[in-house]
Design a protein around this ligand. Structure first.
Ligand SMILES: [Zn+2]
Length: 240
């Protein structure tokens, strides 16, 4: 019966075709998995989730990419075998399953793990992650700068009243700090007071109201660098 051997493979191969199309549905599921994993990884990065969680997503992505590769190779194996059978038109329908397995294994044996890192899907995923990291980095840098500026502003407002010399009642140019009582004054003004008092053979009182330091000496004074810097910053802000 010459018709039998030709018809049989055709029938069997059409069932292979329908199996193939259901495998391609599988492909869609994997792609959905890849999309969801990308979304989660991006959200984690955006909200600065810990590195560990992001790297779990990267591993999951590699799993999907690996599944994707094997599925493609299986589909490839089925197509190769079908084409081969269609071409050769053998008298007897061969064992399709073992042919597909054989071809699938041939293709799989060429697989290397590091190749997964070079696949388009993984590279696309990584580039999206990096883009997000850059964005988040730029934003947090902006936040830090403005936070610093706010801190600086608060510091300036808080110490602004300290910028005024208790003697001259003007903003200090060259503040010095009294290490005994901790008060600061314009250098020139406090030295003038000390010298005047000492000439009168009197002790110089700290001019700050309420301070009980009754003996201020030039050796107690040193440059108030902190206050000096604060005044400089304050002046820069005023110029803006
Ligand atoms: Zn004092």
């Amino acid at each position: 019966m010459p018709g039998r051997s030709t018809i049989m493979p055709v029938i069997s191969l059409s069932s292979v075709d329908s199996a193939l199309s259901s495998l391609k549905t599988c492909h869609v599921s994997i792609n959905t998995g890849i999309e969801v994993t990308t979304d989660v990884a991006l959200a984690l990065t955006e909200h600065e989730g810990n590195e560990e969680e992001v790297s779990k997503m990267e591993n999951l992505m590699l799993d999907y990419v690996s599944m994707d590769r094997e599925l493609e190779q299986f589909i490839q194996a089925v197509e190769d075998v079908t084409n081969q059978v269609k071409q050769e038109r053998p008298e007897q329908l061969p064992d399709l399953k073992s042919l597909v397995d054989k071809r699938f294994n041939e293709l799989k044996n060429l697989n290397k793990d590091e190749d997964l890192l070079k696949t388009d899907k993984y590279l696309h995923f990584k580039s999206q992650l990096n883009e997000m990291k850059k964005q988040v980095g730029a934003e947090s840098q902006n936040e830090n700068t403005s936070a610093n500026e706010i801190d600086e502003d608060i510091a300036v407002t808080q110490s602004q009243r300290n910028f005024i010399c208790p003697i001259t009642q003007r903003e200090m140019e060259c503040p010095v700090k009294n290490k005994v009582c901790g008060h600061s004054y314009e250098e020139e003004a406090i030295i003038k007071i000390i010298q005047t008092k000492h000439k009168q053979r009197k002790k110089a009182r700290c001019p700050v109201v309420g301070c009980d330091n009754g003996d201020v000496n030039q050796s107690d004074l040193s440059m108030d660098t902190t206050l000096r810097r604060a005044i400089e910053i304050h002046r820069r802000h005023q110029k803006r």
